[in-house]
Design a protein around this ligand. Sequence first.
Ligand SMILES: Cc1cc2nc3c(=O)[nH]c(=O)nc-3n(C[C@H](O)[C@H](O)[C@H](O)COP(=O)(O)O)c2cc1C
Length: 336
Amino acid sequence: MTAFPKTLALMQRGAEFLGTDYAIMCGAMSWVSERGLVSAISNGGGFGVIACGAMTPDLLDAEIAATKVLTDKPFGVNLITMHPDLFELIEVCAKHEVTHVVLAGGLPPKGSVEAIKAKGAKLICFAPMLALGKKLLRSGADALVIEGNEAGGHIGPVATSVLAQEILPELAEDNLVFVAGGIGKGDMIAAYLEMGAAGVQLGTRFACATESIAHPDFKKAFFRANARDAVASVQLDPRLPVIPVRALKNKGTEEFTAKQREVGLLLDQGSVDMNEAQLRIEHFWAGALRRAVIDGDVENGSLMAGQSVGMVKTEEPVADIIQALMAESEEALSGR
Ligand SMILES: Cc1cc2nc3c(=O)[nH]c(=O)nc-3n(C[C@H](O)[C@H](O)[C@H](O)COP(=O)(O)O)c2cc1C
């Protein structure tokens, strides 16, 4: 593996931690990151992550088993902290000796860090700001992902470039920090590695790979889109703590506004509490994303995509995408 010496030298810590050739993670994408894409990423030298989303423990059990048939390389499982069966899902990961668990959706609930690490799995957490990153590391996270506002799917308020400047100089020397959000080319990977990142995480760039099960119409919408088409959802009701979602503009975007109105009304009437209201919003997104990814309803479904979508032009095998990213990074570093 001598093709990319400068990039590999900077990726060494991250690749060792992940057990991969390259410190390139494909972030979990609900409905998209299943056995096919995840195994292709790991077989291509990167790190695939199964999106558990709202899966039941039985479904996750089957998905991990099926992924293991397709790859003998390491891969991770992304669990969402607010899943009602979180601890059962952790048990499923332990049963399969999943090497890395990625926890998304806020601070890990009490006991979850210990449960994940009890069987030797490594824990990766999302750090949306420096103070939280420090807290997560103190609580036992083995690595952090800092994900900026340019990303596809659920997003935080701050740009990747700003998070990188705030967090990498403070934490990256002594800890493993992966950067996500808005990365479309290897030049950007080179830049974050030079700033001290252990590696990177991409989603949008991989969503339309040949091995991705996303519907052909979903992929076409990505190929046609520009950066400015990937917009963040708008929060209508200040009471509803809705996490913004970045997706391509379509009728589904408007339906989200209607959904917020409907849930806001139920809150007014007292027929749901805040927790239930939030769950209903999350179910809306899961359903809308499924309609677009699986059914190909690109009008009414949710086309979650990051701003890097403008750099996704054609369907390519995962291995080619990874090699292209590495070559671009190497060229950038060689020209310094
Ligand atoms: C279609 C889509 C679905 C996603 N679903 C999830 C998810 O279920 N869980 C999660 O933690 N992140 C999710 N993400 C975020 C990705 O894992 C990744 O962090 C993000 O795409 C990186 O930014 P980028 O899109 O700019 O490459 C999703 C992203 C996309 C594009």
